[in-house]
Design a protein around this ligand. Structure first.
Ligand code: UT7
Length: 331
């Protein structure tokens, strides 16, 4: 079995920059509260005319260019998103069409902030089994269209941003590549971070004015509980990735965590006895972009020269579900 390796990366974010001071204008919050609680200075919010697929297409083209692959080469598309353009089908179908791909397998995975690592894991299994040779793996969101941008929704509104990141993975012909992936879920806590509608559960009324008035069509979060679980699960799943491959923290050049909150990363660094320089961070610029955060961070870290051939890196995610996941990679 041949493992897969990342051969191309790209990302895209909306042009519309929303600074903390802009949020002060539309809800009761402050730059000081946001920065001290999360480390976020600004984020990008998609304007009405921009959809998740637009960002995904642009990020995908950049990743394809870096990998030097054409539309003909791609034989699998997996997209992680909770803010697809339409309720169904998924963004993957739009990518198949807009990128002029063959009639290959294309599907979405809804695993919130862990979705990119979930997608990467599934793509890696396809390549290891010989089912695919060149896969396009994307995390993309315009989730801020869904959020309550009033004081009522401020705990969520100030944290989240939009964007997309993409990776091309291909059969590896050397010892570099995705060494292992680790996926988890604990559904009993799902209501600590969720969006109820539109959905099929009894009492969840689709496109119902009453539901909108009660905020049931916007995400809801129990921030403290999510925080508490995140600082437990991130170190666990990072350790799992190291143990599986006989690696210690000294072997790890960089951890690319899901960009949820800088304080979460600080707590993770403290628990793992490492400096913050070992955990990549760009949350100050983009906020929490859910499924897009890891591929955006990975692309920027790579562009900044922080990942070199032979380096061991770990991708680590935690989010709604709860889901959490990691991937150990030798670059
Ligand atoms: O990808 C995973 C997704 N989510 C996360 O990772 C989020 C995890 N949780 C967190 O990051 C943090 O819990 C938050 C940043 C959401 C909140 O930080 P906190 O230190 O846990 O604050 P808190 O929940 O204890 O709230 C403190 C106060 C509350 O007021 P009272 O009840 O003390 O009077 C909130 O109402 O801050 C208030 N508050 C705000 N104030 C100004 C909540 N949101 C805001 C806001 N601006 N945007």
């Amino acid at each position: 079995m041949h493992k897969s390796k990342i051969t191309g990366l790209g990302f895209e974010v909306p042009e519309n920059v929303v600074k903390n001071a802009d949020l002060e204008e539309i809800m009761e919050t402050s730059d000081e509260w946001i920065q001290t609680r999360s480390g976020i200075k600004e984020r990008r919010w998609a304007t009405e005319d921009l959809a998740t697929s637009d960002l995904a297409i642009s990020a995908s083209k950049k990743a394809m260019e870096m990998a030097g692959v054409s539309s003909e080469d791609i034989d699998l598309v997996i997209v992680g998103t909770l803010s697809s353009d339409y309720f169904f089908p998924g963004v993957s179908a739009q990518l198949q069409d807009k990128l002029n791909l063959r009639n290959i397998a294309a599907f979405d995975i809804k695993a919130a902030c862990s979705a990119f690592v979930y997608c990467l894991s599934v793509g890696d299994q396809f390549i290891r089994s010989g089912m695919a040779k060149t896969a396009l793996i994307v995390g993309a969101e315009t989730q801020t269209k869904l959020i309550d941008k009033t004081t009522r929704g401020r705990d969520i509104a100030v944290l989240f941003g939009d964007g997309a990141g993409a990776a091309i993975i291909q059969t590896s012909d050397d010892d570099s590549g995705i060494l292992s992936t680790h996926l988890h879920c604990q559904g009993k806590d799902m209501k600590n971070l969720w969006m109820e509608g539109p959905g099929s559960a009894p009492g969840v009324w689709i496109h119902n004015k009453q539901a909108i008035a009660h905020g049931r069509l916007s995400p809801k979060m129990n921030g403290r509980e999510v925080f508490r679980n995140a600082v437990k699960r991130f170190p666990e799943v990072i350790q799992e990735a190291m143990d599986e491959n006989g690696l210690t923290m000294e072997d790890i050049k960089l951890i690319i965590p899901h960009q949820a909150n800088n304080r979460i990363s600080q707590a993770v660094a403290k628990r793992m006895g490492i400096g913050m320089d070992r955990l990549y961070s760009n949350i100050h610029k983009y906020g929490n972009t859910t499924a897009a955060s890891i591929p955006i961070a990975l692309t920027e870290a790579h562009q900044e020269g922080k990942i070199q051939k032979g380096d061991h890196i770990i991708l680590a995610a935690f989010g709604a579900g709860y889901t959490w996941a990691s991937a150990a990679i030798r670059w």
